[in-house]
Design a binder for this molecule. Structure first.
Ligand SMILES: Nc1ncnc2c1ncn2[C@@H]1O[C@H](COP(=O)(O)OP(=O)(O)O)[C@@H](O)[C@H]1O
Ligand SMILES: [Mg+2]
Length: 166
């Protein structure tokens, strides 16, 4: 019997999915780029981001299976909007074990920013540099999927703006 898989179907989103597939193929080939997804509440942004993550990890047909894209995700939330670097914590949680590869200066800045170490608040630029260093130290392409950007805490939002230019 044929099986109809409808669990993750997104209706009428072929143009957006095509653009996501193209962007993910470029990322898999080593290019860097930023895509901003905008739209009213309920229009399907979170769903499309879920598809982007699935495409990058190869969990859906047409995904970049085996191309080694690492997907890191975070979402801004109202109750974390005032907590500095809360979104960075979400984003980097899966790769914090690799932070020891960084220089002591960068590791220290990252640990303090994420509340994992003591010390004076580090310069935001140092934190952003530490994050970039961590993401590149792991080798291979990385897709950062950030939902609900307006609710991101301000320091994490500054970092994300800086990476887009890096
Ligand atoms: N293209 C689509 N086809 C079918 N259902 C969709 C589609 N896009 C979104 N939905 C559904 O609409 C609801 C809102 O989508 P969501 O992605 O949470 O929107 P947003 O993040 O923009 O607020 C969810 O229940 C989701 O499953
Ligand atoms: Mg949403």
């Amino acid at each position: 019997m044929d099986r109809l898989e409808a669990r993750h179907a997104l209706f009428g989103r072929e143009p957006e999915l095509r653009r996501l597939r193209e962007a993910i193929a470029r990322i898999a080939d080593g290019a860097g780029e930023a895509l901003l997804l905008t739209g009213e509440a309920g229009v399907g942004k979170t769903s499309l981001l879920g598809q982007a993550a699935a495409l990058a990890t190869g969990n859906v047909a047409g995904g970049a299976s085996g191309r080694g894209i690492r997907v890191l995700r975070a979402a801004g939330t109202q109750f974390e909007a005032e907590i500095s670097y809360a979104a960075l914590h979400q984003l980097l949680h899966p790769c914090l074990g690799e932070a020891s590869r960084l220089s002591p200066l960068l590791t220290g800045a990252l640990n303090v920013a994420l509340g994992l170490g003591e010390g004076a608040a580090p310069e935001p630029l140092l934190v952003a540099t530490a994050v970039l260093a961590l993401l590149t130290a792991t080798g291979g392409p990385v897709l950062l999927v950030i939902d609900d950007l307006p609710w991101l805490d301000a320091p994490a939002r500054s970092c994300s703006a800086w990476w887009q230019d890096a």
